[in-house]
Every structure is written in structure tokens, then in C-alpha cells.
Ligand binder design. Structure first.
Ligand code: S3P
Length: 196
């Protein structure tokens, strides 16, 4: 895919980060990488940042230190990444539940929510067993529904735009996210100018 500014080149100043939020297995990492290539941005994943810092997998952090410890590391990763520009940032599925995370992400970026049906989420996540919140549960679809319901409000409040990915290929979803980004980017720049 040809980059808008040359693949992998430095991002032009003044463009907002593209932040992808959404439930586990909605395609944030796959679509994020494709968007980064198209925009000439760097791709960063908050889960990967947390794993690098702690030297442990997400599953091990949950098992040995607990979810609260993971959330603290996740917030630190968000703080560090939000201070930079020229990034596509994929967040962990639980990140938008904390309004402080959303406020930080919004400072330097525009936020696109990826959605997928519970059936597709279960189907996609069953291919990898790296998600402690879905591991070892008797009824994964029910767990997904419960978590989705609990998080829906936070997701919708955080989102500047929503892209439904159910039934779409990664390339099709990427095209929709890029279209949303370009629309939001205009408003973001205008807002910055007005705020000066
Ligand atoms: C989580 C989602 C995961 C990871 C952790 C917790 C969540 O990230 O951050 O397992 O609370 O939904 P992905 O959304 O990338 O799977």
C-alpha cells in the first residue's frame, strides 16, 4: 500500500495521532498497522509497550500481579504514547473504561471505535489464547456479551467515530477507518486553530 507521505516516512507536523479503541479481537492491531503504513505514521500497541516494560506477557501480569497492576501499566503506556505525535495507537480493550486514559489519548489524537459482533469476537479470539479475561471461561460468548454491555457506554463516550468491522476484510475496515480519520482530522486542526 503506498503511503500518503511515503511509507514509513516522518509524519507531517500538525496531524493528530490515530487512536483505535474497541473490544478484544475487533482488529485494532491488524487495522492499526495497515493504517500506519497508509498514513506514514508509526504503529504502537499499548499491550506491547506494557509487555516490554514489565518483561512479562499480559497473561503473566494478570496471573502474578493482578488486573489492577496491569491497568496501572496500561495507563502509563497511554501517558507516554499520547505525548508523542505521528502515531497510530492501538489500545487494549479495557483502556477506555478509565476516563483519564481517554482524556490523554484525545489530547494528541482522534479516537476511532472498532466494533464487531459478539459471535465474530468469540470466533476471532478463539484462535489465540493470549487474553486472560476470556481464558478458562465456560461460556466465552456470554462473557463477551457481559463485558461488552458493561463497557458500551465508555466506548461510545470516548469515540469520535465508529467503524463496524463485522463481515469486512482487514483492507475494507482499514479503508473505512482512514476515511473517518480524514474527516476527523479537519475538525481537529480547526479546533486547534480556534483554541489558540
Ligand atoms: C483487555 C484486552 C487486551 C489486553 C488485556 C485486557 C481488556 O487487549 O489489554 O488482556 O480488558 O479488554 P486487546 O483488546 O488487544 O485484546
Amino acid at each position: 500500500m503506498a503511503g500518503e507521505n511515503g511509507s514509513g516516512g516522518a509524519a507531517p507536523a500538525g496531524r493528530p495521532n490515530l487512536v483505535l479503541i474497541g473490544f478484544m479481537a475487533t482488529g485494532k492491531s491488524t487495522i492499526g498497522r495497515l493504517c500506519a503504513r497508509a498514513l506514514g505514521f508509526r504503529f504502537r500497541d499499548t499491550d506491547v509497550q506494557v509487555e516490554r516494560w514489565s518483561g512479562k506477557t499480559i497473561s503473566r501480569i494478570f496471573a502474578e500481579d493482578g488486573e489492577a497492576a496491569f491497568r496501572r501499566l496500561e495507563s502509563s503506556a497511554i501517558r507516554a504514547l499520547s505525548a508523542r505525535s505521528g502515531l497510530v495507537i492501538a489500545t487494549g480493550g479495557g483502556a477506555p473504561v478509565d476516563p483519564a486514559n481517554v482524556a490523554r489519548l484525545r489530547q494528541g489524537g482522534v479516537i476511532v471505535l472498532l466494533k464487531a459482533s459478539p459471535g465474530e469476537i468469540v470466533e476471532r479470539s478463539s484462535r489465540r489464547r493470549t487474553r486472560p479475561l476470556l481464558a478458562d471461561v465456560e461460556d466465552p460468548e456470554r462473557r463477551v456479551m457481559e463485558l461488552l454491555e458493561a463497557r458500551e457506554g465508555a466506548y461510545n463516550r470516548a469515540a469520535d467515530a465508529v467503524v463496524e468491522t463485522t463481515g469486512l476484510s482487514a483492507a475494507e475496515s482499514t479503508a473505512r477507518v482512514l476515511q473517518a480519520y480524514r474527516g476527523l482530522e479537519k475538525g481537529w486542526s480547526a479546533g486547534r486553530v480556534a483554541a489558540r
